[in-house]
Design a protein around this ligand. Structure first.
Ligand code: SF4
Length: 184
């Protein structure tokens, strides 16, 4: 059976990709690496949700480092928000690819492809670019069709649901948008 390393951004988004990849015949291993989640209390909530979800799914997960200091140092030098997103997707895909190669796993992908809030086209392109660099196969699936089913299951499992993407910039944007909507 061929193995796939699945980068996991959060518990709710992992449910459908794990099930779809298993249906395709992959032996799936999770990889939780998200230095873009701030503050640390929020990171812990998402981490715990992945622990619960992976236990429910019988999924083995690598809980990788939380090198948020380096992330903050680098992202704060980027002014453009689109470039910040790209940087943020790229570093997580690169680390997933590096670990997949180290472990002899030929294929990798990410639960970021399950989110209707992310730029799936750009994430697929970045994944393919990173895969070529590491000599791996990027599973450029569109997991978004399973988003509603994933979130229904995650509510039944009482998983934590975040209300912003992850970084401190997105937390500010999310609060501002909610305030704006309340004023309309
Ligand atoms: S908004 Fe999301 S994708 Fe963009 S930099 Fe922040 S955490 Fe990363």
């Amino acid at each position: 059976m061929s193995k796939a390393l699945l980068h996991i951004c959060c518990g709710p988004c992992a449910i459908q990709p794990v099930s779809l990849l298993k249906e395709e015949g992959f032996e799936v291993e999770g990889f939780f690496y998200n230095p873009n989640i701030h503050p640390f209390s929020e990171y812990r909530k998402r981490y715990e949700a992945v622990v619960i979800a992976s236990e429910r799914m019988g999924l083995s997960v690598i809980y990788h480092k939380y090198d948020f200091e380096e992330f903050i140092r680098k992202i704060s030098c980027i002014e453009n928000r689109e470039e910040q997103h790209s940087f943020c997707w790229r570093i997580r895909l690169q680390e997933a690819a590096r670990v997949a190669r180290e472990k002899g796993i030929e294929s990798f992908t990410t639960t970021l492809l399950a989110s209707p809030y992310q730029d799936v086209g750009q994430i697929k392109a970045l994944g393919q670019e990173v895969a070529a660099k590491y000599g791996l196969n990027f599973l450029a699936r569109d997991f978004r069709s399973g988003f509603a089913a994933s979130h229904k299951a995650s509510k039944e499992w009482l998983l934590y649901h975040q209300n912003y993407c992850g970084c401190i910039y997105s937390e500010k944007e999310s609060i501002e948008q909610r305030e704006k909507r309340r004023k309309i």
